[in-house]
Design a protein around this ligand. Structure first.
Ligand SMILES: Nc1ncnc2c1ncn2[C@@H]1O[C@H](COP(=O)(O)OP(=O)(O)O)[C@@H](O)[C@H]1O
Ligand SMILES: [Mg+2]
Length: 286
C-alpha cells in the first residue's frame, strides 16, 4: 500500500490571532512494506502529519494518495481509511476503557463488523503478537496491568484490525528500559509477521537508526531532510542546529574519533560499533 503525500499544508485555528501553520507544503512517498521513521523537535508537526495519514485531520491544501485513492477527498469513508491505516496515538493506554483486556482489543475489529468468531480469533492473535498471553490476561481488567503491558494491549487493539499500514506516535515515550525493549520487539515482530508498512514517530534516535529504511526530519512544520538513516545522520551539524541528536552509536564513534580512534564505517547501532571496534583492534595488531 504505497502512500504519496503531496504539498500538504495544515493550519490550526485559521484566521484567528493564534493561528498555527503546523504543516507547510510537505511532500514525500512511502513504499509498500517499508519502515519509515519520523523525527523532529517537539512542536515540529509530527503528530499533525500522521493524523492526516489516517484521515483524522483534513489538510488546508494538498493530497494524500493511498493505493491510488486520495483520502483527503470527503467522499472517501473514514471507516475504510481506518481499516487499512491503523494509528496508535501517543500514550494510547489512556484510551483503554473496557472492563477486560479481551473486550478492549475486540473493540476495533467489532466495529469493522466482523463475525464474532473472527473477532475472537483476531484478539488472540493480536495479543500473542504483542507478547501477551490471552489465557493469562484476556479476562483481566486492563487497568490492573503494568504501564508497558497496558500500552501493548492498546497497540494490540489497533493490530487486531489488521491494518496494511501501522503508524505509531512515540510508542516508547515514558516507558522504563525493559518495557521500551518489549515495545521495540513487538514492532519488529509485527513487521516481520504481517509484512505491513510501519511509520514510527520517535525521539529515540537509536531506535530510528536501527529500524528505519527511510527517515523524515520535520522542523517547524516543514520536511527539512529525507533519506536513509545513514544519509540523515551523516548531517550531524544540521540535525543539531534543529535540536536533534545523533544516535548513541554515532555519538560514541565521535567521542572515540576525538581521542584518535578512527573507526572506518559509520556504525548506527551498538552491534555495529562492536564490529567496527573489533576490526580496528585487528588492524592495530597487524
Ligand atoms: N489541536 C491543536 N490546536 C492548535 N494548535 C495545535 C494543535 N495541535 C498541535 N498544535 C500546534 O501545531 C504545531 C505542531 O504540533 P504537533 O503536530 O503536535 O507537533 P509534534 O508532534 O512534532 O510535537 C505546534 O505548534 C502545536 O502547538
Ligand atoms: Mg507529537
Amino acid at each position: 500500500m504505497p502512500i504519496q503525500v503531496k504539498n500538504l499544508t495544515h493550519i490550526y485555528s485559521e484566521g484567528m490571532p493564534y493561528q498555527t501553520v503546523a504543516l507547510e507544503d510537505i511532500s514525500f512517498e512511502i513504499d509498500d512494506g517499508s519502515f519509515v521513521g519520523i523525527i523532529g523537535h517537539t512542536g515540529s508537526g509530527k503528530s499533525t502529519l500522521i493524523q492526516h495519514l489516517n484521515g483524522l485531520l483534513k489538510p488546508k491544501s494538498g493530497s494524500i494518495i493511498v493505493d491510488g485513492v486520495d483520502i483527503t477527498d470527503p467522499s472517501v469513508s473514514l471507516r475504510d481509511i481506518r481499516k487499512t491505516i491503523g494509528l496508535v496515538f501517543q500514550y494510547p493506554e489512556y484510551q483503554l476503557f473496557e472492563e477486560t483486556v479481551e473486550k478492549d482489543v475486540a473493540f476495533g475489529p467489532q466495529n469493522l463488523g466482523l463475525p464474532e468468531e473472527v473477532v475472537s480469533e483476531r484478539v488472540k492473535e493480536a495479543l500473542e503478537l504483542v507478547g501477551l498471553s490471552y489465557e493469562k490476561i484476556g479476562k483481566r481488567s486492563p487497568f490492573d496491568l503494568s504501564g508497558g503491558q497496558k500500552r501493548r494491549v492498546a497497540i494490540a487493539g489497533v493490530i487486531a484490525m489488521k491494518p496494511k499500514v501501522l503508524i505509531l506516535d512515540e510508542p516508547t515515550a515514558g516507558l522504563d528500559p525493559k518495557a521500551h525493549k518489549d515495545i521495540l520487539r513487538l514492532i519488529r515482530n509485527v513487521q516481520r509477521e504481517e509484512k505491513i508498512t510501519i511509520i514510527l514517530v520517535s525521539h529515540n534516535m537509536g531506535d530510528i537508526a536501527a529500524l528505519s529504511e527511510k527517515v523524515l526530519v520535520m522542523h517547524k512544520g516543514r520536511l527539512v531532510m529525507e533519506g536513509t538513516p545513514r544519509e540523515v545522520f551523516s548531517r550531524a551539524e544540521q540535525l543539531m542546529s534543529i535540536g536533534l541528536q545523533l544516535p548513541p552509536a554515532l555519538q560514541f564513534t565521535e567521542a572515540l574519533r576525538q581521542r584518535g580512534i578512527e573507526l572506518s564505517g559509520m556504525p548506527l547501532t551498538i552491534d555495529e560499533v562492536e564490529r567496527e571496534i573489533a576490526a580496528w583492534i585487528g588492524k592495530k595488531e597487524i
